[in-house]
Design a protein around this ligand. Structure first.
Ligand code: SF4
Length: 612
């Protein structure tokens, strides 16, 4: 009997209306863990290259982490994964809340969807009963309405759904659960919309076996107690969540200003960005919100009487930055409004804000006029126009239709030299952190298998966390001594960070674990699953997963090494950084192809025939 994982996945074919269970061999979990590691293995092998990401043959799925569903702290995450319709590369998106653990409770380590329904449908998996049901009365509803309606009908269930953006095939749409947790990046709301799948409803009755329950509880209790008694930065996370960084990131120049072309002191000085501080936002805080098995609970439920919002989730850092600093918009009420609108519509705030910034810069430079924007005066900081534009993007109305697929496609439609204002990486807008401050972000924004992501592992994103000290975050994990300076140690450190972070994602840990306290990672994996895994093996597992994600894109004919970031976003030689990283990864630094030896060493022999 398996521990930690269920040993079984579920395939759902919407064209045929069928469900099929598949048992997986134990080795697959040891080699790919769970989450997008498992996804990369299964989708790489089962989906032929060049499959249309929005076609009936496209596969995408929901993959909880290896530890997800247990009480292990911070382990409740799940990932949506497949081919990104936005970038054409491998795509994945990580999400919290309570949906991931419910997949395990339903008895599965993955739910993978293929085919395409001919009319709107939703799927229910409720206590062993699986059905594909008519969703015509849900089509057109936002994600909160959808969740409420499905809960009314099916009782206490977990729901993941798309809003209007996914239905209208906006390439920057995501999938929403818990009314506001969104797998926002990579465009999977569109994939779900293309399959006419409105929602998945889960309620499970299965128990998850654990190899050593006492040890799991011991480590969990110790970690949770240390979080409870911690002071300083942990209190900040509990109180402000990611908005703790709203002021600091602006101060140090990390937050992009004015579509990445501005300067904080000149364009959006302290008296303006302070209006979007965590303190200001928290004046509307009602209670904490957090994901399953999380002792931090970094989210918040807010009430904003000025807007008639009785219950809405807190706009987090990325939302505040992409609709605030990036647009020179200091109107906090507009941020609350847009955050609520985007969560309900299921549109990715980073891409949506980045695309609005593109439109404003086009307007400023005479490429667009009021005739093009349906009469909207698209000037910096014009919050009422920004809100109207977001609504138009969500509903693909008028000018909003041009913007609904992100800035790259919008610039191709608009022409007139507008592409220089489209700040994206292979079609995906960049996260709200600057590679001019966090230098290593340049290479990861440009070259990660999911380009443009700030959550992708990279050294400088972790530079304030305990991982920088020997054994500081995970027992047995150490970075080379001179990793802060350019050179061999730094490239080696990038490789190690790449490996460990793929692994932590795939066991289902929240990325914020890197900001907190020493975490019993190997101890918990072995307690739950009963393995004798070492840190070396875990890091190597992460490197296998990263190499396979990367190989997926190569098989698709996309070699990220040719990608370039917009000039205004970066001031380091990120290509040289990447080549040094490739060398360490055992990939040819000249063309980023994993060598045959590396593929063999990582037990990825099945990739060789595709790349060579
Ligand atoms: S720290 Fe925040 S995002 Fe991470 S698991 Fe906890 S509540 Fe969720």
């Amino acid at each position: 009997m398996s521990n930690g994982y269920m040993g079984k996945i579920l395939w759902i074919n919407l064209s045929e209306g069928t469900f099929k269970e598949e048992q997986l061999p134990d080795e697959i979990y040891r080699q790919y863990l769970g989450g997008y590691g498992l996804a990369a293995k299964l989708i790489y092998e089962k989906m032929p290259s060049k499959t249309d990401a929005l076609g009936a043959d496209a596969l995408f799925g929901f993959f909880p982490g290896l530890l997800t569903g247990t009480v292990a702290p911070l382990s409740g995450r799940f990932m949506v994964a497949g081919k990104s319709p936005l970038t054409g590369t491998w795509g994945d998106s990580n999400c919290g809340g309570y949906f991931g653990p419910e997949i395990k409770k339903c008895g599965y380590d993955a739910i993978i969807i293929k085919g395409m329904a001919t009319s709107p449908k939703y799927i229910t998996i409720i206590n062993d009963d699986k059905q594909i049901l008519d969703a015509s009365d849900l089509w057109g509803l936002d994600t909160v309405q959808t969740e409420e309606k499905l809960t009314e009908k099916h009782g206490k269930v977990q729901v993941a759904s798309i809003g209007q953006s996914g239905e209208k095939l906006s390439l920057i749409s995501g999938i929403v659960n818990d009314k506001a947790r969104i797998a926002g990046r990579s465009g999977f709301g569109t994939v779900m919309g293309s399959k006419k799948l409105k929602a998945i409803v889960l309620k499970g009755n299965k128990d998850l076996n654990v190899a050593d329950k006492d040890l799991l509880l011991k480590h969990t209790k110790e970690y949770n107690e240390s979080i409870s008694s911690a002071k300083g930065v942990i209190i900040g996370w509990k109180t402000f969540g990611t908005t703790m960084g709203n002021t600091y990131s602006a101060q140090i120049g990390d937050t992009p200003i004015k579509n990445w072309g501005g300067n904080v002191n000149e364009d959006f000085p302290m008296e303006r960005y302070n209006k979007l501080s965590g303190m200001e936002i928290n004046k509307y805080r009602q209670k904490p919100y957090g994901c399953y098995s999380c002792p931090v609970q970094c989210g918040s439920i807010m009430k904003v009487p000025e807007l008639g919002l009785d219950e809405t989730h807190r706009p987090e850092y990325e939302t505040c930055a992409s609709f605030g600093h990036l647009l020179l918009n200091d109107d906090l009420m507009s941020i609350f409004t847009i955050n609520d609108l985007c969560n309900r519509a299921g549109i990715d705030v980073i891409s949506a804000g980045g695309t609005v910034a593109f439109a404003i810069e086009c307007y400023e430079n005479g490429i667009l006029s009021k005739d093009d924007t349906d009469g909207l005066e698209l000037t910096w900081g014009n919050s009422s126009a920004i809100i109207e534009l977001v609504k138009k993007m969500i509903n693909r109305e008028g000018f909003g239709d041009i913007l609904a697929d992100g800035s790259k496609i919008a610039s191709e439609k608009i022409g007139k030299g507008s592409s220089k204002y489209a700040i994206h990486s292979l079609g995906q807008e960049l996260g709200m952190h600057s590679p001019k401050v966090l230098k290593s972000l340049g290479a990861s924004y440009a070259f990660d298998p999911t380009p443009g992501r700030h959550t992708t592992a990279t050294l400088d994103m972790y530079r304030m966390g305990p991982i920088l000290k020997p054994n500081g975050l995970f027992e047995g994990f150490e970075l080379p001594k001179k990793f802060k300076n350019p050179g061999d140690d730094r490239s080696e450190a990038e490789k190690l960070i790449s490996g460990i972070s793929q692994a932590t994602n795939c066991v289902g840990l929240c990325l914020f674990v890197y900001n907190y306290l020493k975490y019993p990672l190997i101890e918990l994996i072995n307690a739950v699953v009963g393995w004798d895994m070492t840190m070396n093996e875990l890091v190597k597992t992460g490197l296998r997963i990263q190499t396979l994600r990367h190989s997926f894109s190569l098989k698709e004919g996309i070699n990220v090494i040719h990608n370039k970031l917009p000039e205004r976003t970066v001031d380091v030689d990120y290509l040289e950084d990447y080549k040094a990283y490739c060398k360490k990864m055992g990939w040819n630094p000249e063309n980023a192809y994993p060598t045959k030896e590396t593929l063999t060493d990582l037990n990825l022999n099945f990739v060789i025939k595709d790349l060579y």
